[in-house]
Design a protein around this ligand. Structure first.
Ligand code: PHB
Length: 390
C-alpha cells in the first residue's frame, strides 16, 4: 500500500516512534499450566497435586513474588502418545510461563523435551523418571517430588537390614516401575539379599491373577512392588484375597498405600513401604498443612498433595528472588535452586540436578494411616547418574 499524504506519513511515523519509546510493561500475571491426569488410574493423584499447589498460592493471597497467578489445565490421561501435543498446547497456544506436571514418568519425559526445546520452565510435581534429573537434567527443569530410585533404594536397604534373603519384584512395565525395581535391587543386593525374579505387566493393566500364582510358586521371603492410584488399590486387595498376605511379606514404594487406604481397607493393614512422607509426622508445618487441606477440600492430604504444595513453594521462591519478573530466567532459576523448602514432609533442599535431597521414611499401615516407623535413609540424594549440570 502506498501512503500518499505527507500528513498521514508524519502521523504514522510519530505513532511508531511513540510505541517504541514506551517502557516495557511488566507482566501483570504469571500463567501456570497444569498438565496432569484428571482421568484414568492416576486421576486422584492429579487432583491432589492441583489442590496442594493452589493451597499454597491461596495461603499467599493468590500471589507469588507479588504477581497474581492464573491457571490453565490439560488432562494428560497418563498417555505418553498424547504428551508432546498436550505440552505444546500449553507452551505455544496458551503461552504459559511455567508448566507443572505430571504424574506418569513417560508423559513427563515428553514434557521435559518440550520444556527443553522451548526453554520453558518445568516443575515436575510427581513423575520420578530418573532421567529427568539424570541425563536429561537442565537448568529450566525442577522436581518437587522424588526420583524413582529414591524410595526403591530405601526399601531395598530396609529389607536387607531386616534379614530378608530373597525377593521377587512385580510392577507395571514402564520407566517408573523399572527404575523403582532397580533402586530396590541395588539397596537389597548391596545388603546381601537376592532378587529371584522380576515380573511385570503392561501399564495400566490390573489382571494380576497369573502373576500371583507365579509369585506363590517361587516362594520368596518378600515381594517388592511398584503400583499407584487405582492399580495399587486393586493389587493390595487381590494380594489379600489370594491368601498371600500372611505367607509372603509384601513391601513397596509408598505409592502402594498413599491416597489409597480408604479403598484398600483391611487388605492394607500392616504393609511396610518407604516414602518421603508419612501421615503422622510431628513438625508444625505438616500439622498446619493437613488441617488447612482437610478444611478446604474435605479430604485427607497425601504425598501427591504435598508435592503439589511444594511445587508452588519452589515457584514462589524463584519469583520472590526476581520480584515477580518471570522473564529474568537466570535469577528465577537461581532462586529456586537455592531455596530451602519448608515442606510438610520436613525441610528439603535441591540437588545440583534439581531433585529433592530428602529423608525417606519407613511407614507401616495402621488403620487409615501410613504410620511413621522412623527414617529409613536420612537426607537421601538421587545419584543423578548422567547429569552434566554443575
Ligand atoms: C511415575 O510414573 O513416575 C509415577 C506414577 C505414580 C506414582 C509414582 C510415580 O505414584
Amino acid at each position: 500500500m502506498k501512503i500518499a499524504s505527507p500528513l498521514a506519513r508524519t502521523l504514522i511515523a510519530t505513532a511508531v516512534a511513540g510505541l517504541c519509546a514506551l517502557p516495557a510493561v511488566a507482566q501483570e500475571k504469571i500463567k501456570v499450566g497444569f498438565m496432569l491426569p484428571y482421568t484414568g488410574t492416576f486421576a486422584a493423584l492429579g487432583v491432589a497435586i492441583e489442590n496442594g499447589f493452589k493451597q499454597y498460592v491461596d495461603e499467599q493471597g493468590g500471589k507469588l513474588g507479588g504477581k497474581a497467578i492464573e491457571y490453565v489445565k490439560v488432562d494428560d490421561e497418563s498417555d505418553p502418545s498424547k504428551a508432546a501435543d498436550n505440552a505444546n498446547k500449553l507452551v505455544k497456544r496458551d503461552n504459559v510461563d511455567v508448566m507443572v506436571g505430571t504424574v506418569h514418568s513417560g508423559v513427563a519425559m515428553a514434557m521435559a523435551k518440550v520444556a527443553k526445546d522451548n526453554n520453558t520452565l518445568l516443575i515436575v510435581p510427581n513423575a520420578g523418571a530418573d532421567a529427568i534429573t539424570g541425563p536429561f537434567c537442565a537448568s529450566n527443569i525442577f522436581r518437587s517430588s522424588f526420583s524413582n530410585w529414591q524410595p526403591g533404594y530405601a526399601m531395598g536397604k530396609v529389607a536387607a537390614d531386616r534379614k530378608i534373603k530373597t525377593a521377587v519384584t512385580l510392577t507395571w512395565k514402564y520407566a517408573a516401575g523399572d527404575e523403582s525395581v532397580k533402586g530396590f535391587k541395588e539397596g537389597f543386593e548391596a545388603g546381601g539379599g537376592k532378587v529371584l525374579k522380576e515380573l511385570n505387566l503392561p501399564f495400566p493393566n490390573v489382571e494380576f491373577q497369573a502373576l500371583l500364582t507365579e509369585v506363590a510358586a517361587l516362594k520368596p521371603d518378600a515381594i517388592y512392588v511398584f503400583f499407584a492410584g487405582g492399580g495399587a488399590v486393586k493389587f493390595v486387595k487381590d494380594w489379600a484375597a489370594a491368601g498371600l498376605k500372611d505367607k509372603i511379606q509384601l513391601v513397596g514404594a509408598g505409592f502402594l498405600t498413599d491416597g489409597t487406604l480408604e479403598a484398600q481397607g483391611a487388605a492394607a493393614e500392616g504393609l511396610l513401604t518407604t516414602l518421603h512422607y508419612a501421615d503422622d509426622l510431628t513438625h508444625a508445618k505438616d500439622k498446619a498443612f493437613r488441617l488447612q487441606y482437610a478444611k478446604t477440600y474435605k479430604l485427607q492430604p497425601d504425598v501427591y498433595a504435598v508435592q503439589g504444595y511444594d511445587a508452588a513453594q519452589m515457584l514462589g521462591a524463584g519469583l520472590a528472588a526476581v520480584k515477580g519478573d518471570v522473564k529474568n530466567r537466570d535469577g528465577l532459576v537461581k532462586g529456586i535452586a537455592a531455596a530451602k523448602i519448608d515442606s510438610p514432609r520436613g525441610p528439603f533442599t535441591l540437588s545440583k540436578a534439581h531433585n529433592p535431597v530428602q529423608d525417606i521414611y519407613l511407614r507401616k499401615v495402621v488403620g487409615k494411616n501410613n504410620k511413621n516407623e522412623g527414617v529409613a535413609v536420612k537426607g537421601l540424594a538421587d545419584p543423578a547418574r548422567g547429569c552434566k549440570a554443575s
